[in-house]
Design a protein around this ligand. Structure first.
Ligand code: NAD
Length: 350
């Protein structure tokens, strides 16, 4: 029997090859002059965006960094004031998108996001900001970009070793949406479609990075994954990734990649319908094994050992992952979680 709450924010999304051409019009809808924000490595994207904006570009701020220290957010705000900007354009990966969300939280000014990876942050009200060495996270619809422009052309430069894990990060959002206690039928539709799009596109994306059809399909899956993450709660998979990433400083997308098959196997017998839907979308008999096989196919990491996890950290990780639990179909208990981490550490097929 269906029972759910459906409460979806408004999104304005412009999707397609060449959609970055819409940027000047989108800025005009929201303001006069935009400050273009990116990380230092994403400078070429910021320059391209500023060039396209012409007079509507107030300037650039290319100091975005991970974890969004409040000092960086304030520096961006100061820069916007100096150059008389009344809106922001963020162009880059999840780090840049997250900086835009922190800016929106602090300033209330409109942000247009142009994502260039598959992280999906632009579709979620989840924000993070670091102040005095302490990272604060929360959910607030105020941080949602006013417009999101998805142009697959911008993702062609993502190398296979970034594309693969980034795509698996997106798939993780979909998988957890399928068994979220607060999911709804639309979330389920988006999650299964997201898994299907990512599963068929990622092998092509890593083999032929310039294949625009596959890039478009992968970005489409990532868009759906972002909405799923923003609409439903997260469970053991994201809890483990937050614990491992935060405590052992492991790379974000790679942790998601390694952990996903094991977190899926952990819930295997406790969320049968979610497993059936995920397996079906993957074209596999078993969801966890289908995910693991896909990771092998795309040449992404399969073990925590490979991505810098210290072997003597597994006990601590299991302890931390069982504290402040996220809702999850299977009870979160130290023994089975420790075993999961051991399997993930060695990259065993689940
Ligand atoms: P990232 O932003 O660090 O980008 C990964 C790398 O790819 C960087 O080196 C970047 O310079 C490079 N890059 C980006 N786009 C490129 C392109 N098109 N071509 C070539 N190189 C490119 O990492 P990410 O995986 O995109 O995002 C991870 C971050 O996003 C984490 O901090 C994570 O916490 C956050 N995130 C937040 C949410 C949320 O809802 N709040 C959701 C997902 C991820």
């Amino acid at each position: 029997m269906h029972q759910f709450i459906f409460d979806q924010p408004n999104y304005r999304v412009i999707f397609g090859v060449g959609s970055l051409d819409a940027l000047p019009d989108e800025v005009r809808r929201l303001g006069r002059r935009a400050l273009v924000v990116s990380t230092p490595a994403e400078l070429p994207f910021a320059e391209d965006a500023a060039r396209r904006l012409g007079d509507a570009a107030a300037g650039m701020f290319t100091g975005a960094v991970m974890h969004h220290p409040i000092e960086v957010v304030r520096a961006a705000r100061e820069r916007a004031r100096e150059v008389d900007a009344d809106c922001y354009v963020t162009i880059g990966g999840g780090t840049t998108t997250g900086t835009g969300k922190a800016i929106a939280l602090e300033t209330g000014m409109p942000v247009i996001a142009v994502p260039t990876t598959y992280a999906g942050s632009e579709m979620t009200p989840i924000y993070g900001m670091t102040e005095g060495g302490v990272k604060k996270t929360g959910r607030d619809r105020k941080v949602l970009p006013k417009t999101v422009i998805y142009d697959p052309t911008l993702t062609v430069s993502l190398p296979p070793q970034v594309s693969g894990p980034s795509g698996m990060n997106a798939m993780a959002h979909c998988v957890e949406g399928l068994y979220a206690f607060d999911g709804n039928p639309i979330v389920t539709l988006m999650a299964t479609e997201g898994i299907r799009a990512l599963a068929r596109s990622l092998p092509v994306v890593v083999r032929e990075p310039a294949n625009l059809e596959a890039r478009s399909d992968a970005l489409y899956g990532a868009w759906l994954a972002g909405i799923v993450l923003g609409s439903a709660s997260i469970g053991i998979h994201h809890k483990l990734c937050h614990t491992l990433g935060g405590t052992f400083n492991l790379p974000h997308a790679e942790v998601h990649t390694v952990v996903l098959p094991h977190a899926t196997a952990y819930n295997r017998d406790f969320a049968p319908e979610a497993m059936r839907l995920a397996a079906d979308a993957l074209g596999a008999r078993d969801a966890a094994q289908g995910i693991f096989d896909l990771i092998v196919t795309i040449g992404a990491p399969t073990s925590l050992q490979q991505i810098g996890m210290p072997a003597d950290g597994l006990d601590r990780a299991a302890q931390l992952a069982t504290q402040n639990q996220y809702p999850n179909p299977r009870p979160i208990e130290y023994g089975p979680i420790r075993a999961l981490l051991e399997n993930a550490y060695h990259g065993r097929r689940p």
